[in-house]
Write a protein that binds this ligand. Structure first.
Ligand SMILES: *Cc1c(COP(=O)(O)O)cnc(C)c1O
Length: 222
């Protein structure tokens, strides 16, 4: 069996230059993160604030932590001192909280707008129309500590590759038009693709893939 480090190295050979690899370490111990770091990996994704904070305490230096799971507003404060990017921003209220907390501690924080592209009800994220309506209101222009870097999406969990491809192509179109209409050049990150669909996502223009089980093996708890 390949080690975590070998799997990271293998992936690095396959992921094109210009596509960032986020190693999704959720459910795996800090030791697994250290192993990946030894192979040169520096960006890690977590979906639970407590777990991320605990790993940050265990590994305070050298890691860029990305929040990729639904973030409750009352948990923002827990991760704001160290989180590099919140990829899973799915509401205006959450943005207000991130702005307030980041301002309070004098940080700027990168965010991605999570857009719903899958047809499963369980997947979170903005509906495109709802997001555009909110952007048109322009309140986001007042933020001085939130930095809008792009969009994130999770495709439907299906073997139907045509469906997944169509969802990725749609997310890319949304990414490009939001960049053009609202945000400009700093809006440069299209986070899409996981273990089962990252190659397809890269073909469709992904600039950031979030890969967990392919690197760390099966998750240790749900
Ligand atoms: C868990 C998770 C991933 C990684 O999933 P794998 O299939 O293990 O690669 C990527 N993105 C999000 C939003 C996740 O919750």
């Amino acid at each position: 069996m390949m080690s975590i480090g070998e799997r990271i190295e293998e992936l690095r050979r396959q992921v094109p230059a210009g596509v960032r690899l986020v190693a999704v370490s959720k459910t795996h111990p800090a030791e697994a993160v250290r192993e990946a770091m030894a192979a040169g990996q520096a960006v890690f994704g977590e979906n639970r604030p407590q777990e991320m904070a605990a790993k940050h305490t265990a590994i305070p230096e050298g890691v860029e932590w990305h929040m990729i799971g639904h973030l409750q507003r009352n948990k923002v404060r827990m991760i704001m001192p160290f989180v590099s990017m919140v990829e899973s921003v799915d509401s205006a209220r959450l943005l207000d909280t991130i702005e307030a907390e980041a301002a309070r501690i004098g940080r700027r924080v990168d965010v991605l707008l999570e857009v719903r592209i899958a047809d499963e009800d369980t997947k979170s994220g903005w509906e495109e129309g709802e997001l555009r309506m909110w952007l048109d209101q322009g309140l986001w222009r007042e933020y001085t500590h939130v930095v809008f870097r792009g969009v994130m999406g999770v495709a439907t969990n299906t073997d139907d590759r045509r469906k997944v491809r169509a969802e990725f192509i749609r997310l890319r179109a949304i990414f490009e038009s939001l960049g053009k209409e609202y945000f400009g050049a700093g809006f440069d990150t299209l986070s899409m693709g996981m273990t089962s669909d990252w190659r397809l996502a890269v073909e469709c223009g992904s600039t950031m893939v979030r890969i967990g089980s392919l690197i760390f093996g099966d998750r240790e708890y749900k």
